[in-house]
Design a protein around this ligand. Structure first.
Ligand SMILES: [Zn+2]
Length: 68
């Protein structure tokens, strides 16, 4: 059974709400362990999901903010 667009849209909104409510993400859960490309990670605090590019920039941001 195909997932309809409305359902996907709802999932995206829910994911964004989870990510927004989180004070400190920890994207240490690899939910695509069987894949080398198109990887996704889950935050162990809020349960929100991001792709590898979002994870990279979030972690870069943390790194830089802790330098000052
Ligand atoms: Zn989080």
């Amino acid at each position: 059974m195909p997932i309809d667009a409305k359902e996907i849209f709802q999932m995206v909104i829910e994911n964004q709400n989870k990510l927004k409510s989180c004070s400190r993400h920890d994207f240490s859960i690899d939910i695509t362990a069987d894949r080398a490309l198109g990887k996704r990670y889950r935050c162990s605090n809020c349960g929100g999901e991001v792709d590898s590019i979002e994870k990279y920039w979030y972690e870069k941001g943390l790194e830089h903010s802790s330098m000052s």
